[in-house]
Design a protein around this ligand. Structure first.
Ligand SMILES: Cc1cc2nc3c(=O)[nH]c(=O)nc-3n(C[C@H](O)[C@H](O)[C@H](O)COP(=O)(O)OP(=O)(O)OC[C@H]3O[C@@H](n4cnc5c(N)ncnc54)[C@H](O)[C@@H]3O)c2cc1C
Length: 414
């Protein structure tokens, strides 16, 4: 793609991988992010997989001890705080901020533009024009929509296709290691911990801390708590701010204080005390869990990537890895076949992969979705977690992801 230009819409992990990998095949790639300020303060834990680590290595970023926190044990606690199942594992838990920082730091400053909201795209025989909310326009040979689950780029081409809510939310929280009481730090901090109240899943694990620090004492504890939540009443109420305004995606600071107090009280009533204690010291927020499968991810010289193309439930912990694999597949296909045939190849491969990942993640999430049925209509399997099955799924995540890649013929590019 030497001498050609690409506009990458969205400056999160997908957009950054796309800019780097297209850059590596000679393309002049520029990222446009709608947020006016640097995104580094976005904090959330990110599980990693070998495929993500391989693509980072390809970009010259070694996944060393500064990139994440190693965990060697998965443990399930019961409501009383007793460990009821335990297994060895070998995972590196990173954070969105750490991966973003590593990728963004290697991009030339003029290749990443903040405060640029894409509103329209036009195409002709010679290329693509992007129109931004500030009135500016940019022209290029290729436009990549890496603008997330509620992608503007996707909506321009497939307005009827919207992500669907799967019946549960994830309450999330991060607590600095220094704020975790010393006895809990010794007991749970370095473990991948689960607690399984009826129909719910509470997960905690260590991640890089505030300044992306992975040294002991400077890390953070990350919590994801999946809770079935009916859309019309409870979710609508959760998404309503103190002024009575309802949001599609409510910003964390606008979540009403009484809802935050209530979820902390629920944690104390339902979750192992050591995990509930950490959760209740943090500032939780929630995200509705969504799913989306695009029937098409290439429209002329426009390609969708990452969550803009497919949103899988987060159980496989592979959204970032998928964004990286999509970007690598796009760059490799264009390098091998040229721009237009390369885009066709990209679409064919990554639609298969997106569908495979969606199916894998749905298998685990179906238990949670089933909880919205009246209790008497739930099967025995839906009423009780299979603890061994859950722990096995966590230990074998990366192997399962490898199987999806192999089965869909989309093995990680080298
Ligand atoms: C509860 C939960 C847990 C998760 N856990 C993990 C995990 O452990 N491991 C993992 O790998 N993944 C995890 N994920 C998924 C992961 O966060 C996403 O898959 C990943 O962030 C997708 O990256 P993306 O770049 O495609 O999209 P996003 O991160 O959504 O970024 C899209 C970007 O585009 C920008 N944008 C949007 N519209 C426009 C526009 N019109 N113009 C310009 N810019 C625009 C946005 O501001 C944003 O910065 C989890 C997700 C959830 C909800």
């Amino acid at each position: 793609m030497s001498g050609q230009r690409a506009l990458v819409i969205g400056g999160s992990v997908g957009g950054l991988f796309a800019a780097h990998l297209l850059g590596s095949i000679g393309c002049d790639a520029v990222v446009f992010e709608r947020n006016p300020d640097d995104l580094i303060s976005r904090g959330a834990g990110i599980a990693t997989h070998p495929q993500l680590i391989d693509i980072m290595a390809r970009l010259g970023i070694a996944f060393d001890d500064t990139m994440g926190v190693k965990v060697g044990t998965v443990v399930v606690y019961d409501r009383g705080g007793r460990a009821i199942a335990e297994r060895r594992t070998d995972r590196i838990m990173s954070s969105w901020g750490r991966i973003y920082h590593a990728l963004k730091g290697r991009l030339p400053p003029d290749a990443y533009r903040l405060g640029k909201t894409l509103i329209h795209v036009a195409q002709d025989r010679d290329g693509v024009t992007a129109f931004f909310a500030d009135g500016s326009e940019e022209r290029a040979d290729l436009l990549v929509g890496a603008d997330g689950a509620r992608s503007t780029v996707r909506e321009l081409f497939m307005p009827a296709l919207q992500p669907s809510y799967v019946g549960y939310v994830a309450w999330r929280a991060m607590l600095d290691e220094g704020e975790v009481p010393a006895d809990l730090r010794a007991a749970v901090f370095e473990r991948f911990a689960l607690c399984l109240p009826e129909g719910e899943m509470f997960i905690g694990y260590p991640v890089p801390g505030r300044d992306n620090e992975t040294r002991a004492g400077r890390r953070a504890y990350n919590i994801v708590w999946y809770r079935p939540t009916d859309p019309e009443v409870t979710l609508a109420d959760l998404c309503t701010d103190a002024n009575g305004r309802r949001h599609a995606a409510i910003p964390p600071p606008l979540i009403r204080p009484e809802l935050v107090a209530a979820i902390k009280a629920t944690a104390r009533a339902k979750v192992a005390p050591q995990l509930a204690e950490i959760f209740s010291r943090a500032q939780p927020f929630f995200q509705p869990i969504l799913e989306l499968a695009s029937p098409q991810i290439v429209f002329g010289r426009v390609a969708l990537l990452g969550d803009a193309a497919f949103v899988a439930r987060p159980h496989a912990g592979a959204g970032t890895t998928k964004a990286a694999l999509d970007a690598a597949s796009l760059a490799d296909a264009i390098a091998a076949c040229g721009l237009d045939p390369g885009l066709e190849r990209y679409q064919c491969r990554q639609i298969r992969f997106g569908r495979g990942l969606l199916t894998l993640a749905r298998l685990e999430g179906e238990h949670l979705s089933a909880q919205l049925k009246p209790r008497e209509q739930r099967t025995a399997a839906e009423l009780q977690w299979d603890v061994e099955g859950v722990i096995h799924a966590h230990v074998s995540r990366s192997a399962e992801l490898r199987k999806v890649l192999d089965a869909t013929g989309t093995s990680a590019p080298t």
